[in-house]
Design a protein. Structure first.
Lengths: 115, 115
DNA sequence: GAAGCATATACCCATATGGGCATGTGTTGG
DNA sequence: CCAACACATGCCCATATGGGTATATGCTTC
């Protein structure tokens, strides 16, 4: 089945570095495609494709402005990602890591001794 | 160039639903592969493959326990993701969304009138 | 050291990219 | 109405999956 379509969910959409870069740029405000492509140093078609993916997962919205099409950020979709990762916050706390490493170490030694 | 390897970074590793499920399960503590495979309703080879990816990006560590291999969570790698998405927090605040929607609406009307 | 259990790998496939390039489409201006 | 400009799409390709199945590896235990 290969990988699920990137357009299916936000996690997949932001797995692409260039797309994350686009989102960061859009934090500063709306931008036309060409400008984004230029700032990212990629050909315009490439930028359009990434923008399409972002649009399909709802992270970006577009608005026609004459000959241009301005893309704007709609970061609401990032909230679930933030919350999901936040569910692991207690596991990366420094104190916890140290304690955990210590426990792991003990287990390892114990197992090696028993072996 | 196709997509970058999933083993290259955490964003890519957690783009896979099954892998996210594995991480969630591991929050409860270490688990052997078979058990994970069973709980996820997937064949053992599949679980092993996902675990490998998670291990390569450092989200999981393994420890030999006799005949078994216990996988444990190392969520530190999720922190960057949490922080990156956190950088957009102001953009999904409800009040902001309303204001933004309002502004967008104004612009839209203005453009339509000018057209 | 043979048999068995727990995992990891090797393959084989269908599919979804992401990139580069050419081209279609819609809008603006003269 | 035509040329120019800003984008979106269509194609073609090399590659990286994720899944399923068969098989190699590692330890244990008898």
């Amino acid at each position: 089945m290969a990988r699920a379509a990137t357009t299916s969910d936000v996690f997949n959409a932001i797995a692409e570095p260039q797309r994350r870069a686009i989102l960061v740029l859009l934090r500063a405000g709306e931008r036309p495609v060409t400008e984004l492509a230029q700032e990212l140093g990629m050909p315009q078609p490439g930028a359009s494709k990434h923008l399409r993916v972002l649009r399909e997962v709802g992270l970006v919205r577009d608005r026609k402005a004459g000959r241009q099409r301005l893309y704007g950020l709609d970061a609401r979709g990032l909230r679930p990602v933030h919350e999901w990762t936040g569910g692991f916050e207690q596991f990366w706390t420094e104190s916890f890591d140290r304690l955990d490493a210590y426990v792991q170490d003990l287990k390892q030694r114990r197992d090696e001794e028993q072996r």
